[in-house]
Design a binder for this molecule. Sequence first.
Ligand SMILES: [Mg+2]
Length: 339
Amino acid sequence: MKLSSTTYDLKLKHTFTIARSSREMETVVIVELAHDGIVGFGEASPSRRYGESVESIHAFLSRLELGQFRDPFQLEAILNYVDQLEEGNSAAKASVDIALHDWIGKKLNIPLYQYWGLDKARAPLTSFTIGIDRAEVIEQKVREAEEYPILKIKLGLDNDEEIMKTIRGVTKKTLRVDANEGWRNKEIAVEKIKWLEQEGVEFVEQPMPASDLAGTAWVRERVALPLIADENSIRLCDVPKLQGVFDGINIKLMKCTGLREAHRMISTARACGLKIMMGCMIETSVAISAAAHLSPLIDYADLDGNVLTSNDPFAGVTIENGKLVLPDHPGTGAVRRSA
Ligand SMILES: [Mg+2]
């Protein structure tokens, strides 16, 4: 088994601003796992929020000795080894997990949804994310998102009211709100969420800082809208702790080390009575397609990271009238676009 990695600059169609950062480009790492004449593709999109960078990803991958394993079907042993090598490095670990799954799907000549026994017709609608911006740009983004029946709105800075007013001025669509930990005070969070309920919002993602679970539980007792954990829902071990604090979790491959753990988080969340959302970072169609294959198991999808970019080097999952359409090519179904 041979692993190689390259860096790729993904250009964003619009500057993307959330409560803690703003950017025009996202650099990701594309991984190729070659064995027995088959290449599996993986991807790592680093998040500073979780302590990763392109450099840390390449460094982690260069330390892996996958030659000790017979073939990618030793998934359990390989991923245990990768996870135990060093703490953190979740996106780097996810890139190996995705490449292994892609390789296995290609070897078996089946798409991943079929490998997991899922019905692709049950893939949900995905929301389209509108980052924080000036009113005229937000209006333009809402127009560009015409085919999406659900929009996800980023709030959490000091212009929440202005953004909502702008969006409600141009659309009556279902809105989901992500505060990205932006409301620092529990009284303010309650006030904001009650206001958003009147604005036709479906749920609110991560209203309070991840460090304030008690504050979030206090808020939840006082509001009607469901609260979804994102920055509080990193890995499998976090899921049981969120019962009674949140109504659901947002699973991202780059936070949870990949598809194998994401699948376990879905089962655990179901057992805990939590709703399940799958989200993403800014990613190519490699990682987005991988996540999309699990989407028949979830309640809410926010898998639009590739759609926000203008130079995705891969094609895979597509979106029709807002619904995820899983590719039938083997593995993740992500194939390189010809240059
Ligand atoms: Mg979020």
